[in-house]
Design a protein around this ligand. Structure first.
Ligand SMILES: *Cc1c(COP(=O)(O)O)cnc(C)c1O
Length: 463
C-alpha cells in the first residue's frame, strides 16, 4: 500500500515510513492512495470474529507486506491485552435504538488508548528492526499525554517527553501521567499555559537541527496508524447491531476530527453507515463549517469537555481532500488561503457532499450537564462530559428512528469527577486497576517556559 500527501508535493511513502514520518514534508497529511473495500458478504463473514481477529482483517490491507502476519498479530494482541473488558469495546444500551460504545476500558480510560497502545508497540517494533532510537515529544492539556505515555512506557528506544501546563490539569489527569515512573518517561510540568507547551513543541519540531539530531517523532492524531486502529471499532459495533444487513449511524464527540474520520474510512471500506454526526462543544469550527459552508478559526473557549477544546481540526484536511476529488493542487491552495485569512469557504459541490454524509451540532456546557443528568436518571449510566456532548447531539440530530444510533463513549466518567459530581451529584469511582492512583508515587520536573532550558533537559535525559 502506498500513501500520498493531501498537498501533492511530498514523496509517496510505504506504511512503515508513514508511521515514522507523521506530517508530510509539504505540510500535508498522508492518506492511502486508494481505500481497500470489502463486499457485503465479506463483512457479514466478520460477525463471529473477536475484536483482535477483526482488527487483523481490517488493518492488513493497509499494512501490506510492511509487517508479517505474525508480527501484526503480536502487536494487536499486545495492544488489546491491556484492556480491562473482555469485549474490548462493549456496547451499552440507553434506549430502544440508542447505544453507547464504551471505548474507555484501556489503561488510561479514554478512547485514545485504542490507537496509542497499538502505535507504541508498532513504532517500537519498527525501531528494533531498523536499530534506531527516537525521542517522542508532545504537549497535552490532559488526555493525550497519559495515553501516549502509556503506549511508550518501558520501551527504551522511545524516550518520551510530555509537556503539560503546571497546575492547570486536573489531579486525575496529572497523576495518570506522573505515576508512570519508567526510565524512558519524562513528564515536564511547564510554568505556563497549554498554548505555551504547544509553542515549545512546535518550535522544537521546526528546529531542523534539533529535530534530526534527536530524531523527534510525534504521536499526535495526524499519524495514519492512529486513524487505522480506530476504524476497527466502527466495524465491531455495527456488526453487533446487525450490519451489514442493517445500516447504523454513529455520533462522535469531535475535536481534531481523527476519530470520526476513522468512521468515514469504515464507510469507504463498505460498512453501511447511514449518518456520521459530528458532536462539538462551544469550540464549533466544524459545526459552523457544515452549517454555513465557511471554515473559519476563532479563539478557544474552555469547556467541561477539555479534550475537544480546539481551534482547528487537523484531520479535516483528509476529508477535504476527498471532497475536492483528491485534487492535491486545489487543496494546497485552499490550505494556503486558510493560513493567510484564517478562513475559507467551501464550493457548492464539496459542501453538498459533506452534508450528504455528515450532520453536526455544537452543544454547550449547560446542555452537556443536562444530558449527563437525564441519562443518569433514565438509565443509571454515568457519562463523562465528552460522551454527553455526543449523546446530546445524537438525540437532537438522529431522525431515522429505525436505524440504530451509536454514540462513541470516548472517556470514562471517573476521568472527569468534578463535572460528573456537578451534574449528577454522585462521585464516579475509578476502576479497580486505578483505585490506588492517589496513593502512588509521582515523578515529574517543573521547568520554566524557557526554550534553552527545555532543550538542555531533553539532551540530558534522553540517554
Ligand atoms: C481526544 C478526545 C476527543 C476528540 O477526538 P478527535 O479524534 O480529536 O476528534 C473526544 N473525547 C475525548 C475524551 C478525547 O480524549
Amino acid at each position: 500500500m502506498k500513501y500520498i500527501s493531501t498537498r501533492g508535493h511530498a514523496p509517496q511513502l510505504g506504511f512503515e515510513e508513514v508511521v515514522l514520518a507523521g506530517l508530510a514534508s509539504d505540510g500535508g497529511l498522508y492518506v492511502p492512495e486508494s481505500i481497500p473495500a470489502f463486499s457485503l458478504p465479506e463483512i457479514a463473514s466478520f460477525a463471529p470474529l473477536s475484536y483482535r481477529e477483526l482488527a487483523m482483517r481490517i488493518m492488513s490491507p493497509f499494512i501490506g507486506d510492511a509487517l508479517s502476519k505474525d508480527e501484526l498479530t503480536r502487536i494487536i494482541d499486545g495492544a488489546y491485552d491491556s484492556f480491562r473488558h473482555t469485549a474490548i469495546a462493549p456496547l451499552a444500551q440507553l434506549d430502544t435504538n440508542e447505544w453507547i460504545l464504551e471505548l474507555f476500558h484501556g489503561p488510561t480510560l479514554a478512547f485514545k488508548d485504542f490507537a496509542l497502545q497499538f502505535l507504541g508497540r508498532l513504532v517500537d517494533h519498527l525501531l528494533i528492526r531498523r536499530d534506531e532510537r527516537v525521542v517522542v515529544l508532545g504537549a497535552t492539556s490532559g488526555d493525550t499525554g497519559s495515553a501516549a505515555l502509556a503506549g511508550c512506557r518501558g520501551r527504551d528506544r522511545m524516550q518520551s517527553f510530555i509537556l503539560f501546563p503546571h497546575g492547570r490539569v486536573s489531579e486525575v489527569q496529572r497523576r495518570q501521567m506522573t505515576t508512570m515512573t519508567d526510565a524512558n518517561i519524562h513528564n515536564i510540568a511547564l510554568e505556563g499555559t497549554f498554548d505555551d507547551c504547544q509553542d515549545v513543541v512546535k518550535t522544537l519540531f521546526a528546529d531542523a537541527e534539533f529535530r534530526s539530531k534527536h530524531h523527534l517523532v510525534a504521536v499526535n492524531s495526524i499519524n495514519w496508524a492512529r486513524i487505522l486502529a480506530q476504524v476497527v471499532y466502527y466495524f465491531y459495533a455495527a456488526l453487533r447491531l446487525g450490519a451489514p444487513a442493517k445500516a447504523v449511524s454513529f455520533c462522535v464527540p469531535t475535536g481534531n476530527f481523527g476519530d470520526i474520520f476513522a468512521g468515514y474510512i469504515a464507510r469507504q471500506m463498505g460498512l453501511p453507515i447511514h449518518r456520521l454526526i459530528i458532536a462539538t462543544n462551544r469550540n464549533d469550527i466544524l459545526a459552523r463549517c457544515l452549517h454555513t459552508g465557511t471554515y473559519s478559526m476563532e479563539g478557544v473557549t474552555p469547556t467541561l469537555s477539555p479534550s475537544m477544546d480546539i481551534q482547528i481540526s487537523s484531520n479535516f484536511e483528509r476529508l477535504l481532500f476527498d471532497l475536492y476529488g483528491r485534487d492535491a493542487a486545489r487543496l494546497a491552495t485552499l490550505m494556503a488561503d486558510f493560513r493567510t485569512h484564517r478562513s475559507f469557504t467551501l464550493e457548492a459541490q464539496p459542501l453538498a457532499d459533506l452534508r450528504r454524509l455528515f450532520d453536526a451540532l455544537a452543544v454547550d456546557d449547560v446542555a452537556t450537564q443536562a444530558t449527563m443528568r437525564t441519562v443518569y436518571e433514565q438509565t443509571g449510566q454515568l457519562l463523562d462530559p465528552h460522551t454527553a456532548v455526543g449523546v446530546a447531539a445524537a438525540r437532537a440530530c438522529h431522525q431515522a428512528a429505525s436505524v440504530p444510533i451509536v454514540t462513541l463513549a470516548t472517556a470514562h466518567p471517573a476521568k472527569f469527577p468534578d463535572a460528573v459530581r456537578g451534574a449528577c451529584r454522585v462521585h464516579p469511582a475509578l476502576p479497580s486497576h486505578l483505585s490506588d492512583l492517589f496513593e502512588r508515587a509521582e515523578r515529574y520536573d517543573v521547568l520554566k517556559h524557557d526554550l534553552a532550558l527545555i532543550k538542555q533537559f531533553i539532551e540530558a535525559h534522553k540517554q
